[in-house]
Structure formats: C-alpha cells, structure tokens
Design a protein around this ligand. Structure first.
Ligand SMILES: [Zn+2]
Length: 116
C-alpha cells in the first residue's frame, strides 16, 4: 500500500496495519488541506457560473422584460440549464431561481424571465 497523500505516494511498510493510509501526520494533514482546497475551488467555480447565468438572465430580462421569448436566444448565449439555486412550483410550471431572477420554460419553446 502507498501513502494516500497525492504528492507523496511513498510505499508504506509491509507490516502496516490495514487502517494506515499515510506515512505520518504530515501527509495526512497535507492531503486534508488538498481536499479542502478542492472543495473551495469547486464552490468558487459553481458560484462564478451562477453569476454568469444570472447575468445572461438579467440581460434578457432587460431586453424582453416579462414577456416570453424564443428559448433558443438564451441557448445561443451559452445558457447553462443545469444550475439553479432553487425551484418554485407555480400553477403554470416550475420556476427555476438563479439569484434574484427566475425563469420558466413555457410551451412552444418560449421562456419567461421573472425578477424577484
Ligand atoms: Zn506520505
């Protein structure tokens, strides 16, 4: 077995018991820092993607106000449909919330943007 610290990977002594994953506390601590860094970066990139999507929605809202427009317009701007902060269930469908805006995809491929 090898040390699980990604920048070490040294072979652990053969007589090591099965619970040992690191050379020592240093390797264990460093690997934990790396994992925290990863979590932080992931959070940060999700956050900046949310900000980007919110910007797209805002731009469209500025242009179309609260009237439906062709969903392909938003698609061609590089809309990411997989990220939203929450979903509201309304009578006419589900509203996906992104920051202070929300959108709802209507029938006939139109989309409506709402400001909260
Ligand atoms: Zn190590």
């Amino acid at each position: 077995m090898n040390c699980k610290y990604r920048y070490c990977g040294a072979g652990l002594p053969a007589d090591t018991n099965g619970n040992r994953h690191y050379c020592d506390d240093y390797c264990s601590y460093e690997e934990r820092l790396e994992r925290e860094k990863e979590r932080y970066n992931k959070k940060k990139s999700t956050l900046s993607e949310m900000t980007r999507i919110e910007g797209l929605l805002r731009a469209c809202h500025n242009q179309y106000g609260e009237s439906p427009f062709d969903v392909n317009i938003l698609r061609s701007l590089g809309m990411n449909w997989t990220l939203y902060s929450s979903i509201l269930h309304a009578e006419f469908g589900e509203i996906r919330i992104v920051g202070s805006l929300g959108y709802i995809v209507l029938e006939n491929f139109t989309i409506l943007i709402l400001k909260f």
